[in-house]
Ligand binder design. Structure first.
Ligand SMILES: [Zn+2]
Length: 470
C-alpha cells in the first residue's frame, strides 16, 4: 500500500485528480443498488404465497426484457457473468466448422509497421488508404482482387482495417474482418498481390444452467446466468404448456443444457437450448431439441400445440379465472367468464391458435374486440383492444399479432379480457386439457429416443452434480 501511495505522489497533478475521480465513481457504482435489487424488493415474497387475484407490480413474470442486457451481453465474453450454476456440460464441434483453415500468415520476417484504421462515416476505401499513407495505385491494385473488390468497396462506418506496411512504407498486408469468424487477408510480396479468407474454427460447448424461482422467473433466469434472449427462448419452448403470465409459483424449477459457440477458444455467442426441464406447480415438463430444429417432450411429442397458454406478453396480471366476481363497473356479481391479463397499453396480443377471424369489431361493452374460430370445437375471444390488426373473415396463424392491449369498452383499466370457448361453453384456458400434440414422425422415433435418453441423462447428471456441490 505504501508503494502505491508513493507512486501516486509521483504522478502529475492532473493524473492524480483523474485517478481520484475514477475511484470515487467506482465506489458510487458499487454502493448504489441496481434496479434489479430494487425490483426484487418490491415483489411480494415474505409469505411466498401469491394471490392470483391481486395485482403485483412485479409478478412471477417477465419484466421488460431489455433491462439486464447491459450486464449480460450476448457477444462480449468479458461482460458475461459466469456463476457457479453455469457449469460446462460437455464439448463438441459445431457443424459450421472451418471450411478453409489456415493459420494467420506470419509476415514476421521483416519488421512491419501495423496499424488499425476505423472507417468513418462518408469514408471511401481511397480516403482511408490516404489516411494510412497509401496511394491511389494501392487502392487500384488491391481492388483488382475479386474478394477484396467485393468486400472493401462496401466498407461501413465502424469497420476496421488493419494495414501493415514495410519499413519503407510499402503495403505488405491488409486484414478486414468480414464477420466474427471470417477475415479477408490481402498480401503483397515480391510475387504481387494475393488474397485469401481465413475462417476461425467454431466449436460448440454445451453448458448447464438451473434455478429455483424465488420471486420471479426473470430474476431466476438472470441469476442462473442466462441472457434475456435465453430466458425468452425457454419461455417460448414451454409456452404451450405453461402460462408464464399467471401460472408460475415460488418453488418452480428449471434446468437446461444449451450451446455456446467459441471461435478459436473465444466466446462468440449463445447457441440453441438443447434440452430443458421445467417444473411448474409440481408438474414436470421436458423438451429436447431435435435436428429438425423443433422441440419435443422427452417421450417424443411435439412441444407445439394447438393453443398457446397465454395470448399476451405481459408485464403484470390482475385477475384470474373466477366464475363469481364483482364486476368492477356495475358492482353486480357477474360471471367472469375469462381471464384478465393486465399489461401496458399497446402490448401485442397474439392469436392463441390457427383459425379464422369470425368477428373484428367494436361495441360499447367489449370495446375493440376480435373473435377467432379455430375449428368446430374451439373459439377464442379478445376484448378491450386499443387497436385491431385483423379483419373479419381473415385467416390467422398461431402467434400472429391480432391487436394491441387497451382499455376500450366497459373497463376500469387497461387489460386484455380473454375467453376460451369449447363447444359453446366458457372454459378456463389455463387449466383446460387441450388436444394432445403430434408425436414425432415414426421414422425419426428411434433416433429421437436415443438422443432424448442421452440428453435427459446429462441434464439429470448435471442436476445431481450441482446438488452435491451445494
Ligand atoms: Zn375480464
Amino acid at each position: 500500500m505504501g508503494k502505491v501511495i508513493t507512486l501516486f505522489k509521483l504522478l502529475p497533478k492532473l493524473h492524480q485528480m483523474l485517478l481520484c475521480g475514477l475511484v470515487f465513481v467506482t465506489l458510487i457504482i458499487i454502493l448504489i443498488p441496481s434496479d434489479d435489487v430494487q425490483a426484487s424488493k418490491q415483489t411480494p415474497s415474505a409469505s411466498g404465497e401469491y394471490d392470483v387475484n391481486t395485482r403485483y407490480s412485479v409478478p412471477l413474470a417477465f419484466r421488460t426484457p431489455t433491462a439486464p442486457a447491459a450486464s449480460l451481453s450476448e457477444t462480449d465474453p468479458e461482460l458475461r457473468k459466469r456463476p457457479a450454476q453455469l457449469a460446462p456440460a460437455s464439448s463438441k464441434t459445431a457443424e459450421q466448422a472451418q471450411q478453409e483453415i489456415k493459420p494467420e500468415p506470419t509476415v514476421a520476417a521483416q519488421k512491419l509497421n501495423e496499424k488499425r484504421f476505423q472507417v468513418k462515416s462518408g469514408d471511401t476505401l481511397a480516403a482511408l488508404f490516404e489516411r494510412a499513407g497509401l496511394s491511389a495505385k494501392d487502392v487500384y491494385d488491391v481492388t483488382q482482387l475479386p474478394k477484396a473488390k467485393k468486400n472493401l468497396l462496401k466498407i461501413m462506418p465502424g469497420d476496421n482495417l488493419v494495414i501493415a506496411k514495410s519499413e519503407d512504407g510499402k503495403l505488405v498486408q491488409l486484414r478486414y474482418h468480414l464477420d466474427k469468424i471470417t477475415t479477408l487477408i490481402v498480401d503483397n510480396d515480391s510475387s504481387g498481390y494475393t488474397e485469401h479468407i481465413v475462417t476461425k474454427k467454431v466449436e460448440a460447448r454445451s453448458k448447464f444452467a438451473s434455478a429455483t424461482i424465488e420471486n420471479n422467473f426473470w430474476n431466476a433466469g438472470v441469476n442462473a446466468g442466462l441472457t434475456p434472449n435465453q430466458i425468452m427462448q425457454l419461455a417460448t419452448i414451454f409456452g404451450w404448456d405453461i402460462d408464464f403470465a399467471l401460472d408460475l409459483r415460488k418453488g418452480d424449477q428449471f434446468a437446461m443444457i444449451f450451446e455456446e459457440e467459441y471461435a478459436d477458444g473465444e466466446f462468440l455467442k449463445n447457441g440453441n437450448i438443447l434440452a430443458a426441464e421445467f417444473t411448474n406447480q409440481g408438474d414436470r415438463y421436458t423438451a429436447v431439441r431435435y435436428k429438425d430444429g423443433n422441440y419435443y417432450s422427452e417421450e417424443g411429442r411435439s412441444m407445439r400445440k394447438a393453443f398457446l397458454r397465454s395470448p399476451v406478453d405481459f408485464k403484470y396480471v390482475s385477475s384470474s379465472f373466477n366464475p363469481r366476481r364483482l364486476h368492477p363497473v356495475t358492482g353486480q356479481v357477474r360471471a367472469h367468464r375469462g381471464v384478465d391479463y393486465v399489461a401496458a397499453v399497446g402490448t401485442p396480443i397474439k392469436a392463441a391458435g390457427n383459425g379464422r377471424v369470425i368477428k373484428s369489431s367494436y361495441n360499447q361493452y367489449n370495446g375493440n374486440y376480435v373473435f377467432i374460430k379455430h375449428n368446430d370445437t374451439y373459439t377464442t375471444k379478445y376484448l378491450h383492444l386499443t387497436k385491431r390488426k385483423v379483419k373479419t373473415g381473415q385467416s390467422v396463424k398461431q402467434g400472429q399479432i391480432i391487436g394491441t392491449l387497451g382499455s376500450t369498452g366497459r373497463v376500469t383499466g387497461p387489460h386484455l379480457h380473454y375467453e376460451f370457448i369449447v363447444n359453446g361453453v366458457h372454459r378456463n384456458p389455463r387449466t383446460i386439457k387441450l388436444p394432445k400434440s403430434e408425436p414425432i414422425a415414426s421414422k425419426e422415433k428411434a433416433q429421437f429416443a436415443k438422443l432424448s435418453e442421452t440428453m435427459m441423462a446429462e441434464l439429470e447428471h448435471n442436476k445431481q452434480v450441482q446438488i452435491a456441490a451445494q
